[in-house]
Structure formats: structure tokens, C-alpha cells
Write a protein that binds this ligand. Sequence first.
Ligand SMILES: [Zn+2]
Length: 236
Amino acid sequence: MSAVGHDQGQLAAYVLGGLTQAEAATFETHLANCPTCRREVRELSELRHHLDEVPPEAFLEGPPDGGDLLLQRTLRQVREEEGTQERKPRRLLAVAGAAVLVVVALGAGVLVGRQTSPEPSTVALPVPTATAPVPGTRDLAATNRDTGVQLAVRVVPAAGWVRLHAKATGVREGEKCALIVVTKSGERVNAGSWLVSEKGQREGTGVDGSALVAPGDVASVDVVTMDGRNLVSAQV
Ligand SMILES: [Zn+2]
């Protein structure tokens, strides 16, 4: 379990195929429950598609200096593909082009592709993300007026346990938090933990987790600090 809430870099790497299988799987879990990121994946995919049309000369100058990890990873991938026997120039071009564009966009702090049509895209996503909701899925939400912390959490039943997709907002930077599933008998099961970043304080932190608690036995999902303060409790 890891916090992947609205991670632009990870999103871009995902679209460019720069994530490991495990990273991609984790990100897809977030994607399944985040319309915002789904839309950005779609828009980036469109951009990448359009870049197929850009002539190779456009990229001769190479990427800007000081490229980030994503760029390095993407370029490494491009180099590896270049080294193989079967060359796929158009694909390479698309990857390199998209990498440059992503770096430029990230550098400028601009959200990529916002000007594209809001209509549903016909461009295929790299992976299917449309999953039918699991029967019994519950969306819980709560606000604690004393702490100012808000929690929205989707509880998805599995066979004898639950998956959680949570977003906690209003927590101060530096707080060490845990997501706790409380059973009807009062047992407390840790479903994940994280450290609130500056961005997390500003925009909230998305956390995916799981807990060995029967779906029907969930009484609440809480966010607590490591030193035992209860920040918010979302009751079933
Ligand atoms: Zn998201």
C-alpha cells in the first residue's frame, strides 16, 4: 500500500510506460477510484498520440537540462529499445516526444492537455481501467470539526477482508498518520500509514490500503496520528 494520490509524475510515467509492473498496479488501484487522474491519463494519452505526427527533427535538440527522474527513466527506456534489433522508430519518437513535452509541462507547472475537448476520448488507454463496482462497496465520509480533518474513504469488500481507497485532507504537514479500520467489537486494524507532505497538507493525501476485517464487520474507518490522537472517524 502506498500513497499515490494525484501524483503527476507517476501519472505521466504511467502513460509513458515508465512504471514497473508493481508501480503500475498500485497506480491503477488509485486510478479506478479517481476520476481526476483518469481524465489526466486520457489527456496525456491523447497528447502522446498526437506526438506521433511530429517530425523527428523537432526532437533533435534533445530534452532540456536538469530533467527529472521521469525523463531519465523514459530516456533509459528509449535507449534500451534503440539497442534492440527490432527498431520501432515511431514508438521511440512518441515516447521521446512525450517525455520532452511532459518535462516542459511539469517545469512550467501547467496541467497538460487542459485545452483538449472534454468529450469522452476515442483514444485507447494503455490499460483497461473500467472496473464494475464491487457489490457492497461503501463510500464513507466524515469531517471532524475540532481537528478540521476530512476523510473520504471507499470500502470495497473482498473475500473476508476489505480494500480501502482513502483521501484525508486538512492534516498538518509532518504528521505521521495511520488509517485504522475499527471492527464492531472495537478491534483496531491498521490499513496503512503515511507522512503528510507539504503538498499533502495543501491538497490532501490519497492512501490505498487493506485490512483483514470482514466487510460486514467494519464499524468505522479512522485516521489517527502515531502518537494516538484521533483526527477523524468515518462511521459506517
Ligand atoms: Zn488521483
